[in-house]
Write a protein of this length. Structure first.
Length: 254
């Protein structure tokens, strides 16, 4: 298998034939593109090169040309879900798609990163688009380090890893199609089956019982991360008291 990515719409839509697929040679950001296009059905946007990719808080996301996955999933009639549930759900389905391809355990760092062997290999950015108070669209941006050089990606003590470092030399189209099939096939995890989802997610929750520094409810403090909740929040223990926070940013693991 070549270390250069080549996308195949036929493979990508094998389990979801109604999904529209757009493949771009180069773009500033697949999320930015997804938020501006007119679409009447769910659309997957993939790019071979991304010149201004970004993650949470507009942090730059750097990927190699034709060596890493850069994609956004535009949902035109999205399921509304509280807190970080959509991000966690997308991360869970992506992690499940990756399992079996790599030789080390995978984990989710609340609320939007996937780690392998303690190193970041994928990130997710969910952006909601509203018309008034009504949720009109959701864009799920996903970046996965597959074959590229991750040395330039080390920032603020975070070490990145590529899937190929851990045994992945397979067809990325199959990996993405498995993610899509899981994502569209288990939507009840966002609604009626949310408790079951949180139960399944718990085994991959890398921050459980870890000391972390966070920003929550506009306040920065050190605490101990506990369970993820059915509202997509995170239980944080401070001074012997646990409280659920729905809007949490993890600054660092202590």
């Amino acid at each position: 298998m070549s270390n250069s990515i080549l996308y195949s719409p036929d493979t990508l839509t094998r389990g979801n034939p109604s999904l529209n697929v757009t493949i771009l040679d180069t773009i500033d950001s697949t999320n930015t593109y997804a938020k501006t296009i007119a679409a009447d059905r769910n659309t997957l946007i993939l790019a071979y090169e991304q010149t201004a990719g970004y993650g949470r808080f507009q942090r730059a996301w750097k990927s190699g040309t034709r060596t890493d996955i850069m994609m956004s999933l535009l949902l035109v009639r999205p399921t509304a879900a509280p807190g970080a549930m959509v991000s966690l759900y997308a991360g869970f389905e992506l992690l499940k798609a990756m399992e079996g391809y790599v030789d080390k355990p995978l984990a989710i760092k609340y609320p939007n990163d996937i780690y392998i062997d303690g190193k970041k290999c994928a990130g997710i950015l969910v952006e909601h688009i509203y018309r008034g108070k009504e949720l009109e669209r959701t864009v799920i941006g996903i970046g996965v380090n597959v074959f590229g050089d991750t040395a330039p990606l080390r920032i603020e003590g975070i070490t990145a890893a590529s899937l190929s470092e851990y045994g992945f030399f397979d067809d990325v189209n199959v990996l993405i199609e498995r993610f899509l099939s899981g994502f569209f096939g288990e939507q009840s995890f966002l609604t009626a089956d949310a408790p079951l989802f949180i139960e399944k997610l718990a085994r991959y929750h890398m921050l459980y019982d870890k000391r972390v520094r966070v920003i929550a409810d506009g306040e920065e403090f050190a605490c101990t991360a506990k369970d993820i909740t059915v509202r997509g929040g995170l239980m944080l223990e401070k001074g012997g008291v646990s409280h659920e926070y729905v809007d949490v940013s993890i600054i660092k693991i202590l």
